[in-house]
Design a protein around this ligand. Structure first.
Ligand code: MN
Ligand code: MN
Length: 324
């Protein structure tokens, strides 16, 4: 396999036997850094921002910390048999230069950056950043693919009409996405929703749009594997975007985030959800809302890094070896 990779010149993460895992480049999974997405099948890209958040800040440091905590991830997926670096050309293309003084301008800059990535035929996996960033990515996705299906894992529906009078914020992206026709609403899953709300409308509005809302309580004590079978049957081969808000996890697992809700998913359910996306026609994904100042152990960023790796492992075209 190593010989094959050399022939195809596929990038490999820098191994722990070549450079200690606490040293070397601070890129995602210690992959080569690239200036652009040119020649890549998949890129990791950071969108460092927290000016869309409504409560605790800090997600501007998310991409950097996710990269740091990704340094121990090895290339082969022991559980599923996925060997993503034997199949795809992957690199870390750094961060989108957001305008930290202007949220609306940042949203424009993100859309432009993703238009560029998609125009090169590269599939982006994004390190967030607050959840506002998913709106400009979906705008870019819809230009290329038409309205996309969505797998959205989150404690929150993020369908507020406005927050403090603002239409653009981390709690509004999926309301805007519906209004703008970016989603195939009958192929949208929101998984892990919970907590207190302003009214039942918080979950009823998405249901009226055709979304399938799966509350955290519906997930308690259960494997997510049957749910993901339903997701695959519903979405079929339609282009689908995966957006993973780390606050979908219980704060016992992932306290390093801004808007914490009790009674969330556990890490093995998170793995079942992402692994259950295998077979879908994934066109991009993101992992958002990691706030390192509230992540004193680094575990939130470490889980985030692993979930991004698992997303990479289920992308179309990934080879499976071993028992997978
Ligand atoms: Mn969210
Ligand atoms: Mn959330």
């Amino acid at each position: 396999m190593a010989k094959d990779n050399k022939t195809k010149n596929l990038n490999q993460p820098l191994g722990g036997n070549d450079m200690p895992r606490f040293a070397g480049p601070a890129t995602m999974m210690r992959l080569p850094a690239r200036e652009t997405a040119e020649g890549l099948d998949v890129c990791f890209v950071g969108v460092p921002m927290d000016i869309g958040v409504s409560h605790r800040s800090g997600t501007r440091f998310g991409p950097r910390q996710i990269r740091a905590e990704s340094s121990m991830i090895r290339p082969y997926n022991m559980a599923t048999g996925a060997a993503p670096f034997d199949s795809l050309q992957v690199a870390d293309i750094g961060d989108v230069a957001t305008n930290t003084f202007d949220l609306k301008n940042s949203v424009e800059l993100i859309e432009k950056a993703f238009d560029g990535i998609l125009s090169l035929g590269c599939l982006p996996l994004t390190l967030g950043g607050d959840h506002t960033l998913t709106l400009p990515i979906l705008r870019s996705m819809a230009k290329k693919h038409g309205p996309v299906a969505l797998v959205h894992i989150d404690a929150h529906a993020d369908i507020n009409d406005e927050m403090f009078g603002e239409k653009i914020a981390h709690g509004t992206p999926f309301r805007r996405a519906v209004e703008e026709g970016l989603l195939d609403c009958n192929k949208v899953y929101q998984i892990g929703l919970r907590g207190s709300g302003y009214s039942p409308e918080d979950f009823e509005w998405p249901r009226r749009q055709g979304f399938r809302v799966v509350t955290a309580e519906e997930c308690w004590w259960k494997s997510m594997t049957p749910l993901m079978q339903e997701v695959r049957e519903t979405i079929g081969d339609h282009p689908v975007y995966v957006t993973y808000d780390i606050d979908s996890l219980d704060p016992a697992f992932a306290p390093g985030t801004g808007t914490v809700e009790v009674g969330g998913l556990n890490t093995w359910q998170a793995l079942e959800i992402v692994r259950g996306c295998r077979g879908l026609n994934i066109v991009g994904g993101d992992l958002v809302e990691v706030s390192p100042p509230y992540d004193t152990s680094g575990n939130t960023a470490l889980i985030a890094a692993n979930l991004l790796y698992e997303m990479l492992c289920v992308l179309p075209g990934v080879k499976y070896g071993g028992a997978g």
